[in-house]
Design a protein. Structure first.
Length: 344
């Protein structure tokens, strides 16, 4: 290494905007001083200093270089000036070394549909014990094994009077700081499907990744589902809250930024059964074409179940071993061949 890490860090803190340390991946993320995050300055952190690779890159403007070149760019210093200064530097702000304290914040109610009722709160359940909607929601949760699933969210909610999301099961999406920043709701009653789709996202909300606060470094994989409920049943399961069949953006920019914090995890897509669902076949093909790793349903299971939740209900499972997904994951040419067999 030409210059010490501490010096690079000092420069990163000096020039990048509002930096933050990500212990899990040993990276620092910040507002990019080169593109100033487009129109999202102070909102997004897409500039990443990857300490182990000695690289600084930006997911917005595409900057990618070694650390010295980045310092040259943002400071207007020459290569030699940087080397010289790095030999003499001695100021490392103390607060850089301190890891950010983990703060567990309570649920912020205004981030949720109106008057949301927490279904895991015994006091609230007692109060609503004669309420039909609440009782029907609880039976849906039981029937679909949602309450027992190992990767379910810390809370599930219902609103009885929200304009859009009333009388639906609300699934909160927590961010890395355990704050609810997004949610999806699922219809409880079939009759409501005439007016609203089965799943509805927060209005005007930027999509976040589901349970990103629960991704563990002990498992090298992240399993990306379309909808959250299927992802409840596997460790390191997350969900994007829907993929458009004919859009090239699979992630929101917030989701991209969240995933960038897990650069050592292998990402595997798990969709509904390709044997049972045409939309799933189209989406799988698209993901394969863009170089993604995908879980392909084995024929016997894929013909019997349409998604992971159905499989878990039928087999009475609270969780599925990651190995099941890993051993059925392929990419590239091999994945294309598997799809040819299914489409035959
Ligand atoms: Zn940039």
């Amino acid at each position: 290494m030409l210059i010490p890490n501490e010096y690079i860090l000092q420069k990163f803190y000096q020039y990048a905007g509002y930096p933050k340390f990500k212990k899990i991946s040993n990276t620092y993320i910040a507002g990019c001083p080169i593109c100033r995050e487009g129109k999202s300055w102070l909102k997004k952190r897409r500039c990443i200093y990857i300490v182990d690779d000695n690289v600084i890159c930006c997911h917005n403007c595409g900057w990618y270089s070694d650390t010295i070149k980045w310092i040259q760019e943002v400071s207007n210093m020459s290569f030699n000036e940087i080397i010289q200064e790095s030999k003499e530097f001695d100021v490392l702000p103390l607060d850089i070394l301190k890891e950010e304290a983990e703060v567990k914040k309570p649920i912020t109610v205004d981030r949720l549909p109106k008057d949301s009722i927490n279904l895991f709160d015994d006091n609230q359940l007692e109060y609503f014990k004669d309420n039909e909607v609440i009782q029907d929601t609880l039976s849906l949760i039981k029937r679909r094994k949602i309450d027992k699933a190992i990767n379910r969210p810390d809370t599930l909610l219902v609103s009885l009077n929200d304009k859009t999301h009333k009388n639906r099961l609300i699934i909160p999406f927590y961010n890395e700081d355990n704050e609810i920043i997004f949610y999806q709701s699922r219809a409880i009653y079939d009759k409501d499907l005439k007016f609203y789709p089965k799943y509805l996202s927060k209005v005007n909300g930027e999509k976040s990744l589901y349970n990103i606060n629960k991704i563990s470094p002990d498992l090298d994989y992240i399993f990306i589902f379309e909808g959250p409920i299927d992802s409840f049943f596997v460790k390191n399961g997350t969900a994007v809250a829907g993929i458009q069949e004919n859009s090239s953006n699979t992630f929101s920019s917030l989701q991209e930024q969240q995933l960038a914090g897990f650069k050592f995890h292998k990402k595997v897509w798990v969709l509904d059964s390709q044997w049972a669902d045409k939309a799933s076949r189209t989406k799988t093909q698209k993901l394969i074409d863009s170089g993604e790793s995908v879980f392909i349903w084995p024929e016997t299971l894929g013909k019997k179940y349409k998604d992971i939740n159905d499989y878990c209900i039928d087999q009475n499972l609270d969780s599925i071993e990651p190995e099941f997904f890993i051993s059925n994951t392929t990419e590239g040419l091999k994945a294309k061949l598997s799809m040819t067999v299914i489409c035959r």
